[in-house]
Design a protein around this ligand. Sequence first.
Ligand code: NAP
Length: 295
Amino acid sequence: MSAVLIDGKKIAEEIRSELAGKVSALRTAGVVPGLAVILVGENPASVSYVTAKEKACEEIGIQSFETRFPENVAESVLLEKIAACNRDPKVHGILVQLPLPRHIDERRVIGAIDPSKDVDGFTPINLGRMLLEEPCYIPCTPLGIIELLKRSGVPTNGARAVVVGRSNIVGKPLANLLIRKSVNATVTVCHTGTRDLAAHVKEADIVIACAGKPGLVSIDMIKPGACIIDVGVNRVPDPTKKKGYRLCGDVDFEEASKVAGWITPVPGGVGPMTITMLLSNTIDAAARISDIALQ
Ligand code: NAP
C-alpha cells in the first residue's frame, strides 16, 4: 500500500485564501486585525517559528507587533507588556512564544493574557470553555489537525484514535477535540507511563504522534490503512545539510508510507496548519472585539 500524502501546505493555502476574504471585509469596515508577538531570548526554533508567523500575518493583511526581550528579562516586565497589549485597541490577539526561560512562571504569564485576545487558546479560561464546548479560542495545533483530517476526508466517526503525547498545548486538547460528537473518535492517550506503546498504536485507525521523539512510531506498529498525523518537529544532525541538521517528525516517514492509508510529511504537514489556525483565531478575535459579523 502507498499512503495518500496529506499536504498540509496546500490545505493551509486553501484556508488562507478563504481567510483573506475575511481580512478584507474587516479592513473595509475599518478594522486591521492586529497580533502582538512576544519573544523572549534567542532560541533558534522559537525565532524561526515567530518569523514564520509574522510572515504569514503580513501576507494575509494582519498587522503584527513584535516585542523581543532578552533571555534574562524580569517576569514583571513581561507581565507589564501583556497588560499593555490587553489594553491596546490595535491588538486583537496576543502570542507569547513558548517555551519561556526557567526563571519565568509560564502559567502566570499565559494566565495574564486577556482571554478575548488569547488566540493561542492557552489560558485556563479558553481551555475550560473548550472542554465545555463553549465559544472560545482552541489551541492552534490541535485545531489544525482536526481541520486536516476533515479536509482530507479521513473517516473519524467511530474511529480508534491514539494520541502519543499529553502536553497541555498539543496532546490533551487534541484528545478532547477528537472525542467531540462532531469528530466522534474513540481516543487513547499514550505517554511515557504507557506500558506497551506498540500494542496501542497497532489498534489505531488514526495515530497522532506528538511526543517530539524521532523514530518513535515505526512501520511494525502501524495498522495497514491507518491515518498517520506526525506532529513532531525534531532537529537531527545531518552533515550533508548546510545548517548541519535536518527536520524530521516522530514517525519513520519512508517506511510508514508503505503501509499507512494517509500520512503527513514533516515539514509541510501539521506546521503550516498551526500557523493558519493562528491567523484564523486572530481574524475571529478582531471581528468579535470589533463586533463585526463575518460570513
Ligand atoms: P512536550 O511538552 O515535550 O510533550 C511531549 C509528550 O510526549 C509528553 O506528554 C511525553 O510524555 C510524551 N512522550 C515523550 N516521549 C515519549 C515516549 N517515548 N513514549 C510515549 N510518550 C512520550 O512536547 P509538545 O510541546 O507537546 O510537542 C511535541 C512535539 O510536537 C515536539 O516535537 C514539538 O516540536 C512538536 N510541535 C509541533 C507543532 C507544529 O505545529 N508542527 C506544534 C507544537 C509542537 P510525559 O507526559 O509522560 O512526559
